[in-house]
Structure formats: structure tokens, C-alpha cells
Design a protein around this ligand. Structure first.
Ligand SMILES: O=C[C@H](O)COP(=O)(O)O
Length: 254
């Protein structure tokens, strides 16, 4: 089964209601490949989810940027998976490196969140990736494998999981991984899944790349055999996000 190209736009903690409406208008007017070719998901901050959900074209979907690790209750400031399901928000991003680093989310905590969100019926974009220090120490794959293992230990059905490989040193820095660097980790990760989960999960799970993806570098990155799409930060707030969605065509013609 071919893996459908996936393009996620992570808006992070950005935007006013006016800016959000503008971005949605741009997306709604864009000519992009059909849903058979590319799955597009945008992830606004929580407060804008209802606005985006109700105004975005129906062939694009929405994701929350996080959710709580278990059922809601006395957890001030948190949003539960059940609430997202209640609002028909189909996707959630979990384990983003900004949350791992700034909010001390451990591999185990992220694994628990992924398992809980999936059990509630959400689809999950699970993020993994190494820091520059870890890359320079030669431990990229150990780090990425440990992050993925914490998910694999808790999840048996991978059909609603997309893995986002996001090297921390490439996020928001303009220092994009080279196509060869991205392909190398994606390939290793797929082999890890084959060995530790199953050949079927390895063959069907989408592994997308994130970190300084833009309209200029997306085609070459997307042309790599094991790069199944992108998780885009900064450029997802700009009209060039449309060009990144169109990079899905490179797989069609491959
Ligand atoms: O989730 C998206 C990533 O953090 C990438 O962000 P960026 O495209 O701004 O480097």
C-alpha cells in the first residue's frame, strides 16, 4: 500500500484572529493536488481551533498542538483528548521538541500521551528528533529509537500514527537537514520499525520531515524515498505553504 503524502502546518503559538482568517482564506483559495495525493492538516493554537475548523475547506483537516495525558479533570490549563474528540478535531501533535525541551516532557510521558490520544480516537503526529549535541556525538539514531520505543511500548495499532522526524537543530533555524541526512534517518527509523514493531507497520507508517522546510527545499526533500511529507512551522504561516503542499506531486511522478 502506497503511503499518502502528508503535509502538516504547525502554527505554534502564533497569530491573531485576523491573521488566522487571512491564512485560512489563502488556503481555501489555493489550487492543490487532490486528497488522493496529499493529506493536509493545519494546527492552530487551541483558541483558534473552532474558528479554523468551521471556516477551513473540507479537504484540509485540523490538529491540536498537544493534549493531556489522561482523562480531563483537575488539571488547570490542560485540554483533554476527549474535548478534541467532542469538537471533531481529528488530529493532535504530540511530543514536539519544544514541549520536550521547554516543558520537560519525557519519552515515557509522550508515549503515554500518544497511547491515550489514540485510545480516544484521535490521530497522532508523534514527533521525534535529536539535538545538535546528540547528532555531533553520533547518537542520532539512539535518541530517535528511544523516543520511538517509548511509543511502540504503549501502542499496538499504528494505523493512526504519523511520525514526524524533526532534528532540533533544524527547527526554526533556517538550517534544513540535507535531503541525504533526512533520508538516512527516515530509512533507519523505518528499519527500526520493521525490526521492533512489524514489516507491515514499517511499510505503511508515514515518516514526515520537519525543520526549516520551505517552498525552495521541499521538492528535493520530498523526493527522498522514505520522506512521506512534512511538518512545517514558520513557512506554514505564509503563502509558500501552498508550494510545500504541491511538493506531493514529486511522489506521484516518481
Ligand atoms: O513543527 C514544526 C517544526 O518545529 C518545524 O518548524 P520550522 O519549519 O519553523 O523549522
Amino acid at each position: 500500500m502506497a503511503r499518502k503524502f502528508f503535509v502538516g502546518g504547525n502554527w505554534k503559538c502564533n497569530g491573531t484572529a485576523e491573521e488566522v482568517k487571512k491564512i485560512v482564506n489563502t488556503l481555501n483559495e489555493a489550487q492543490v493536488p487532490s486528497q488522493d495525493v496529499v493529506e493536509v492538516v493545519v494546527s492552530p493554537p487551541y483558541v483558534f481551533l473552532p474558528l479554523v475548523k468551521s471556516t477551513l475547506r473540507s479537504d484540509f483537516h485540523v490538529a491540536a498542538q498537544n493534549c493531556w495525558v489522561k482523562k480531563g479533570g483537575a488539571f488547570t490549563g490542560e485540554v483533554s483528548a476527549e474535548m478534541l474528540v467532542n469538537l471533531n478535531i481529528p488530529w493532535v501533535i504530540l511530543g514536539h521538541s519544544e514541549r520536550r525541551a521547554l516543558l520537560n516532557e519525557s519519552n515515557e510521558f509522550v508515549g503515554d500521551k500518544v497511547a491515550y490520544a489514540l485510545a480516544q480516537g484521535l490521530k497522532v503526529i508523534a514527533c521525534v528528533g535529536e539535538t545538535l549535541e546528540q547528532r555531533e556525538a553520533g547518537s542520532t539514531m539512539d535518541v530517535v529509537a528511544a523516543q520511538t520505543k517509548a511509543i511502540a511500548d504503549r501502542v499496538s495499532n499504528w494505523s493512526n500514527v504519523v511520525i514526524a522526524y524533526e532534528p532540533v537543530w533544524a527547527i526554526g533555524t533556517g538550517k534544513v537537514a540535507s535531503p541525504a541526512q533526512a533520508q538516512e534517518v527516515h530509512d533507519e527509523l523505518r528499519k527500526w520499525l520493521a525490526k521492533n514493531v512489524s514489516d507491515d507497520v514499517a511499510a505503511t507508517t508515514r515518516i514526515i520531515y520537519g525543520g526549516s522546510v520551505n517552498g525552495g527545499n521541499c521538492k528535493e526533500l520530498g523526493g527522498q524515498a522514505d520522506v512521506d511529507g512534512f511538518l512545517v512551522g514558520g513557512a506554514s504561516l505564509k503563502p509558500e505553504f501552498i508550494d510545500i503542499i504541491k511538493a506531493a506531486e514529486v511522489k506521484k511522478s516518481a
